[in-house]
Design a protein around this ligand. Structure first.
Ligand SMILES: Nc1ncnc2c1ncn2[C@@H]1O[C@H](COP(=O)(O)OP(=O)(O)OP(=O)(O)O)[C@@H](O)[C@H]1O
Length: 278
């Protein structure tokens, strides 16, 4: 099992694949500003993210979604409380340990793709491993490239790719290092509905076929319906925790009708979700 009270260590030589929880926040508080203008972005959040599952985080603008993800990924420092990834205490790490953690345990997918414009798709996918000085598993590279359907685009630079193709490169880049968890911040926010479906399908496939753990912030109920679990934040607190919700169920929750009448269980949405990818 993971050691939630363990010391931060070298992220490159520590994995705890036995622990069903890949990341957790314990009594997490994040405030911004001073006493006169204090904003509580996270208000005593306790949450565990399951290994090999896709969890979506939803909530209104300003509810704390990005802050939660940034604290989980070691990109922001909690005011109080603790954060663990793979049993390692992120909230107690120094900069070197955080760099190690981000290189070896965490993958990122951003709304704006964040590709290096002068590099080809292949070079972008391999860049994090090159920077970390890690060996490249060519067989895994070919598999990942096949999953995201980029075989014929590997020599293209980002400007020669569509938005959907660029986000596929970003997905492949995140998957390439086999991170313990991928944090995806609005991964479909800049994509049309067809490209969104494709990218969400790849993410689901990586969960189903390779046991990838994914935490995804999204405003889009359609995107959230691909997840195994949907958390809803409001004013820095988790207000809903939904297990395999349908698109309709998510819409109901956001319409303020949080009562589960059981009528939506097991139904898929008609247009968005790629059932084959689940
Ligand atoms: N660097 C900062 N300085 C001051 N306040 C901040 C800072 N970052 C976030 N906040 C505040 O913390 C609260 C939570 O912000 P956060 O960005 O986490 O929300 P969000 O749910 O991700 O919003 P959105 O959906 O609009 O991206 C907001 O009230 C925001 O104004």
């Amino acid at each position: 099992m993971g050691a939630p009270n363990g010391n931060p260590g070298d992220a490159s030589d520590h994995t705890d694949a036995e622990d069903p929880v890949v990341a957790r926040a314990v009594d997490l508080v994040k405030t911004y500003g001073d006493a006169d203008s204090r904003v509580t972005a996270l208000d005593h959040v306790n949450v565990e993210f399951a290994r090999g599952r896709m969890t979506a985080i939803m909530g209104p603008s300003g509810s704390g979604k990005s802050t939660l993800m940034h604290c989980m990924a070691g990109l922001d420092t909690p005011t109080s409380g603790r954060v663990f990834v793979e049993g390692l205490e992120v909230s107690a790490m120094n900069q070197r340990q955080l760099t190690d953690l981000r290189r070896n345990q965490i993958g990122f997918i951003f709304q704006s793709f964040n590709l290096v414009p002068t590099l080809s798709a292949e070079e972008n996918i391999l860049l994090p491993l090159e920077i970390a000085g890690r060996p490249i598993d060519r067989a895994w590279f070919r598999r990942v490239v096949k999953v995201v359907g980029l075989e014929k685009r590997l020599s293209h630079r980002p400007s020669q790719l569509s938005g959907g193709q660029q986000q596929r490169v970003a997905c492949a880049r995140a998957m390439m290092a086999r991170p313990a968890v991928i944090f995806a911040d609005e991964p479909t926010g800049n994509l049309d509905s067809r490209s969104s479906r494709e990218v969400l399908g790849f993410l689901r496939q990586s969960v189903r076929d390779y046991g990838q753990s994914i935490v995804m912030v999204t405003h889009d109920p359609r995107a959230a319906s691909y997840a195994d679990r949907v958390l809803v934040l409001a004013d820095g607190r988790i207000t809903e925790d939904l297990d395999h919700p349908t698109y309709e169920r998510i819409l109901e929750v956001f319409a303020g009708d949080g009562q589960d009448d059981g009528q939506n269980g097991g139904q898929g949405d008609e247009a968005g979700r790629d059932e084959d990818a689940r």
